[in-house]
Ligand binder design. Sequence first.
Ligand SMILES: NC(=O)c1ccc[n+]([C@@H]2O[C@H](COP(=O)([O-])OP(=O)(O)OC[C@H]3O[C@@H](n4cnc5c(N)ncnc54)[C@H](O)[C@@H]3O)[C@@H](O)[C@H]2O)c1
Length: 368
Amino acid sequence: MNSIFPDSTQFFTGKKSIILLKEFIKKELQPDKIFILTDENTNKFCLKPFKKIIKGFDNIIIIIIASGEQNKTLASCETIWSELAHNKATRKSLIINLGGGMISDIGGFVASTYKRGLKYINIPTTLLSQVDASVGGKTGIDFKGVKNMLGVFSFPEAILIYPPFIETLDERQKKSGYAEIIKTALACDKSFWQQLSELDFNEIIDWQTLINRTISIKLQVVNADPFESGFRKVLNFGHTIGHAFESYSMKHDNTPLLHGEAVAMGMLCETMLSNKISGLKNEETKFIIDYLLKNFNYYSIKLEAFPELFNYIFQDKKNEADEFQFTLLSSPGRAVVNQKTNIEIVTQCLKEYINLKVEPASENHFLF
Ligand SMILES: NC(=O)c1ccc[n+]([C@@H]2O[C@H](COP(=O)([O-])OP(=O)(O)OC[C@H]3O[C@@H](n4cnc5c(N)ncnc54)[C@H](O)[C@@H]3O)[C@@H](O)[C@H]2O)c1
């Protein structure tokens, strides 16, 4: 059985944690086989330091899938399920997801569905997955071009946060992770947001402190509402429009938006919406928008994109029946869930978004 509540997920952080995780696997899990799921980049950059963990274990099988959001699909699941079957995985086998959020989302989903559930461990290797995707038990894949359409809640046995992994990420990937740190602060923690609002992304050196604080906030939220029946939706701030941008970009752009890049622009639009719907003050709205534009690339969209964007927004799982339900801000550091809105107000915000006066340097030059 996978862990039912996140409380029972073991956390290992810091450099020495590799040894502790090894002990945990040996003593507590005692797997008959270990499958390590990687993509070609984590296979190249992360497998070597990770070999300390697997040294001494027999029956290690490494599975490599193609990287990137465009591969978080049923076809990749089939590849992994086939590898598991081919190598005779049993209910005593363990899957280790060594990668970013794409790997932990798909690996958790595959583990939870194969033979009604194998145990799995997440070892997140991107900033985004260390602060967000690997924590909280949401697993899944994209389907028919819609983000996370298929999936289950399923909690890993353990999560290892190993700081040196993020050293091989490029700046775009790091910024993408920073967007989820900003989201957590804006949605849940005023003092954390105040601290971040005085920082510039380019000046951050102490990532570990930011990672630890973000995880601890997320854990508090997830433990209060593991299956997202209400309160946990605060963490979806920026994601309704963010997911629409991400799906749209995946379909139309040669170099699609990264998840965090889409979420950053989603937060920008949903900050505007918060000003109209949930009482976010004018000066707070302006401050957040300026901060997001200073730290993230602006994504250009045209009016012609609106019908398709609304199609994605309607598909978003946060909407019940035909109503738009958003998670919005009532003030910086405080998100409110189930905020009802309508197509006219969202259209107005998107129009304000496309009319923003943006410095050319902040524009997303690789699009269109
Ligand atoms: N389940 C959740 O709660 C949750 C939360 C947020 C995001 N997500 C999902 O996470 C995904 C995004 O995660 P991501 O940003 O980690 O993307 P990703 O897993 O696609 O990784 C981004 C890129 O970095 C590469 N990479 C990974 N680790 C590396 C390393 N250490 N050095 C060099 N390259 C490395 C990958 O191969 C990939 O090319 C999206 O699918 C999103 O929907 C899930």
